[in-house]
Write a protein that binds this ligand. Structure first.
Ligand SMILES: Cc1ncc(COP(=O)(O)O)c(C=O)c1O
Length: 354
């Protein structure tokens, strides 16, 4: 285990590094394989819900219908749901209301949960999972009273089994599972979102990934009613806009869940294709990927990334993730034609580099 500040030699993980995200790398003009948000216009019913709300912005937003819809989706009472301005806001709220004696963040993972804890004045201990990055609950210290873990995890794309996460839960400990990418896995087999029996469990979710709504800012947290009320009290007034709430309301419905399933099945095929194409040019994927991105280790990946930029492609650097280093890259799953063009460009870059 690593006490805040670790990473392999050459790692550039700093507080600034914790705030580095793929959108900085996906500059205009480049083909974007750096950001894990699905592109495309989205279905008519979603666009209609959002534009209907945009047509009448004179009223302050009322979250009750969205809250009821999301609660029904996860078979929970409405007072166990808090709509937030993306999953990112949920991490900040949790960091502000919780008073952990020993907070542990399981890495490699999305860095904002740790950044939020540090910004709120907490000390963070890191548990860094070794390759293939599968959670071993025994690695988490017994006295941790706050544990933050992602599932499926960004950037590894690894899906931890539900039982491993459940094994972390116990009275006196809050376990925050970031399920921002749960809807990218068909049928969400490892989601704990409907588990009301696990003490201290908080699940954070996002509608920004699969539905391409990063700019709208819409997510939520699920947990026991008392903690939800404390997080709600820490929110500013009207934190989630009416268009974002309209999206959440319609995305809580069975129609949306069925559509997500279809998207996730197609994604799984496209991911398999990407994995095969990468293997064919001698680039193996780490772990067992389950989400809309894959992680690769390539000697000199930092230079490969820059050469790919020159060839017109943005991929996500790995060295700002605790536990990784300059030899790692994260690559988003795209349609097969884009994958073919990208892998051809990568192969050209590698031919020069090797
Ligand atoms: C694992 C993970 N969780 C949460 C978020 C934040 O999502 P949102 O757009 O809902 O704030 C991200 C964004 O990149 C992420 O990668």
């Amino acid at each position: 285990m690593d006490i805040c500040g670790g990473g392999p030699p050459g790692s550039v993980v700093t507080t600034a590094g914790l705030h580095h995200h793929g959108d900085v790398e996906a500059t205009p003009g480049l083909v974007d394989l750096a950001v894990n948000v699905r592109s495309g216009p989205g279905p008519d019913w979603l666009r209609a819900a959002i534009s209907g709300a945009v047509a009448d912005l004179s009223r302050y937003p009322d979250p009750s219908a969205a809250r009821a819809s999301v609660a029904a989706r996860h078979r929970r009472p409405a007072d166990e749901v808090l709509l937030t301005a993306g999953a990112a806001e949920a991490f900040v709220l949790l960091a502000r209301v919780l008073r952990p004696r020993r907070a542990v963040v399981v890495h490699p993972q999305f860095t904002e949960p740790e950044a939020a804890l540090l910004a709120a004045g907490h000390t963070v201990d890191r548990v860094v999972l070794p390759e293939p990055f599968v959670l071993d609950a025994a690695l988490v210290p017994d006295d941790a009273d706050l544990v933050m873990v992602g599932n499926p995890t960004n950037p590894t794309s690894v899906l931890h089994p539900a039982e491993s996460l459940a094994a972390l839960c116990r009275p006196g400990r809050t376990v925050v599972v970031d399920e921002a990418f749960a809807d990218t896995v068909p049928g969400e087999p490892a989601s704990l979102s409907a588990r009301r029996d696990l003490p201290g469990l908080v699940v954070v979710r996002s509608f920004t990934k699969t539905w391409g709504l990063a700019g709208l800012r819409v997510g939520y947290l699920l947990g026991d009613a008392a903690l939800v009320a404390r997080c709600a009290a820490a929110q500013p007034l009207w934190p989630v806009s009416a268009p974002a709430l309209a999206a959440a309301e319609v995305l809580g419905t069975p129609r949306a869940v069925a559509a997500e399933y279809g998207i996730a099945v197609e994604l799984a095929g496209d991911r398999e294709y990407l994995v095969e194409r990468l293997a064919a040019v001698g680039v193996p994927v780490a772990g067992t990927p389950a989400s809309c991105f894959v992680l690769v280790r390539l000697p000199g990946a930092d230079r490969v990334r820059l050469a790919l930029r020159d060839a017109g492609y943005a991929v996500r650097r790995g060295d700002t993730f605790p536990g990784l280093g300059p030899d790692w890259l994260r690559i988003a799953v795209r349609d097969r034609a884009t994958t073919d063009r990208f892998v051809a460009a990568l192969s050209g870059v590698l031919a020069v580099a090797r």
